[in-house]
Design a protein around this ligand. Structure first.
Ligand code: GLY
Length: 576
């Protein structure tokens, strides 16, 4: 892991033993007066974890310059839009959960369906879904939310000038960055998608092939867009020549995005979803994400089922987690945009409902998913190419941002003049009755396509705190996101695990339908897999579940930062 050029920020290696060494060093440095100067007024340390070393370095640079956690998080997110184009974006959307000055808030900058969207737009004349229509090309794109969303986050809570926060991303796009093996691999894996669109191929398949790892990539069009964004804010992208270029590229490739859609987009501040978890307070993302509700519902069941008292890593703990998720994901079937959802936290986090759900759990047998129905009060579901970043600053302010194009490189269409890709988030709607989305989630009518609607998400940027102890975390992984995030959170707050150990630990997942448990092989070691099979579980081994980036500020100001060894991300600490 290369050191940050400023020589003060410590990028955290992912080996637990080395992490312990770095943390000890960070604590030592925090105490030592020799490192106190020269420090900009607000540079009281902090921690950043993201999916790319260059993006983590951008966040640390902004913290060092006196920015707070919001400034650093926005700078990290914009750097990801350059160096991590499979998920970092200006052409997608996301969610931010913020805890600043002791107050929690949630910013929804999820994409919206274009004004011309209809519930049947992904069906053919025979009423059946047309393969690929909600995934490939700009008909799959929602109205991008990131340009207005990241700007709004900074406008409300940032302390550094906007242009300074955008500057690292401009620099990376203009002066170039080194193509990592991961980026090369992702481009190679999405080669057919990118090759369909000449403007995408011109940038990401120079000479018809993925750029070699180690080569330097410059993105002049994106640099120009970011420079204009630094100067004029989101209007530089959502109006004028940039918006006209986006609408024209969409139209030319069968899409329905218009300049009016782009100009009308507005991010929404929402009350963070609040719940208690084993003595900690949690702020999570409310609808249109299902992520917070799933975690809150699962934790509410686990508290009632005595999960805390069971040994860490035991089959009984996995059993109860899986059964809680089965029920929470069944209830997800009723969720959608806040305007059309058939249920929400008032119903699903209601103590009586949590007690009833917990009471349904058989202590030793798997419940078939067919026997678990969604919340009955009303009649009546990502690959990994989302990305999560977490930042905490010296004052204990914390930001968790999950942002996405949905699938890797979104719908595949790069808008040449502005230099960025459009999302394929429309696939997160229930595009046809009963049809699983990209992540196998089966979704309900509440999540049908409709003009202006926000598609239901699973993204779960999360902040938990107890007194001055603050943890921020989240993950990509579509349907996996809430379960992965919850497992890391519980390891930290219930079992007292070090952040890196919690992130490294093997994971399991259940989402109601399909009726199976997905698991990393190491999670089933020591005979756990056989025991679970005997209890009635169908198991599916997967190479990895999620990619968590997490940070923590302990009382007194020692920081932890952990990037997931499942990916090539980087975590760094700037000592106080
Ligand atoms: N696009 C994945 C999600 O929002 O859950």
């Amino acid at each position: 892991m290369p050191p940050h050029p400023d020589g003060r920020a410590l990028l955290i290696p992912k080996s637990p033993r080395l992490v312990a060494v770095v943390l000890a060093a960070a604590a030592l440095l925090a105490a030592g007066p020799s490192l106190a100067a020269p420090v900009a007024p607000a540079a009281r340390g902090g921690a950043v974890a993201s999916a790319a070393p260059d993006a983590t370095a951008a966040g640390l640079e902004i913290l060092r310059a006196g920015g707070n956690a919001v400034d650093a998080a926005v700078a990290t997110a914009l750097a990801l839009a350059v160096v991590h184009p499979e998920a970092g974006n200006l052409g997608g959307g996301g969610f931010a959960v913020v805890r600043i000055g002791g107050q929690a808030a949630a910013l929804d900058f999820r994409e919206t369906a274009p004004a011309a969207a209809t519930p049947t737009m992904y069906l053919g004349a025979n009423g059946q879904p047309v393969p690929g229509r909600s995934l490939v090309g700009p008909l799959a794109a929602g109205v991008p939310g990131s340009p207005a969303g990241l700007f709004e986050l900074h406008r409300r809570f940032g302390v550094l000038p906007w242009a300074q926060v955008v500057a690292p991303a401009v620099r990376l796009a203009r002066d170039g960055f080194v193509v990592t093996p991961r980026l090369r691999g992702e481009i190679a894996a999405s080669r057919a998608l990118l090759a369909r669109f000449p403007a995408s191929a011109a940038v990401w398949l120079p000479g018809g092939v993925p750029p070699p790892s180690g080569s330097v990539m410059k993105l002049p069009e994106l640099a120009g867009t970011l420079a204009a964004y630094a100067e004029r804010g989101p209007a530089a992208i959502t109006t004028g020549a940039a918006a006209a270029a986006i609408a024209a590229a969409s139209r030319a490739n069968g899409g329905i995005l218009t300049e009016a859609d782009l100009a009308a987009y507005a991010p929404v501040w929402r009350d963070a979803l609040r719940f208690a978890a084993f003595g900690w307070k949690v702020a999570a993302m409310p609808l249109p994400s299902s992520g917070g509700i799933i975690m809150g519902e699962s934790v509410g069941m686990l508290e009632r089922l005595g999960w805390r008292t069971l040994p860490a890593g035991s089959v009984q703990r996995i059993h109860l987690e899986v059964e809680s998720w089965r029920r929470a994901y069944a209830d997800r079937f009723l969720l959608g945009d806040p305007a059309t959802t058939l249920a929400g936290p008032a119903q699903l986090l209601d103590p009586a409902w949590l007690a009833r759900r917990a009471a349904e759990v058989d202590p030793v047998r798997a419940t078939p998913s067919t026997a678990v129905r969604p919340w009955p009060g009303s009649a009546g579901a990502e690959r990994r190419e989302t990305t999560h970043l977490s930042v905490v600053d010296g004052a204990g302010n914390a930001v968790a941002i999950t942002t996405t194009l949905n699938g890797a490189f979104g719908c595949g269409l790069l808008v040449g003049p502005v230099g960025f890709l459009l999302n394929n988030e429309m696939d997160d709607f229930a595009t046809a009755p009963g049809k699983p989305n990209l992540y196998g989630l089966v979704q309900g009518l509440a999540n049908a396509v409709g003009p202006g609607k926000r598609m239901l998400s699973s993204m779960a940027p999360t902040i938990a705190w107890r007194g001055e102890d603050v943890v921020a975390l989240g993950s990509p992984g579509g349907a996996y996101i809430p379960t992965v995030t919850e497992q890391v959170l519980l390891a930290v707050i219930v079992d007292g695990a070090a952040l890196q150990a919690a992130v490294d630990a093997p994971r399991v997942h259940q989402q109601w339908l399909p009726d199976e448990v997905a698991a990393e092989a190491a999670a089933l070691a020591g005979g756990l897999g056989d025991t679970l099979r005997r209890r009635g579980y169908a198991l599916r081994i997967v190479p990895r579940l999620g990619e968590v980036n997490a940070v923590r500020r302990h009382p007194g100001g020692v920081f932890e930062a952990a990037a997931d060894p499942r990916g090539p991300g980087a975590a760094g600490v700037l000592p106080r």
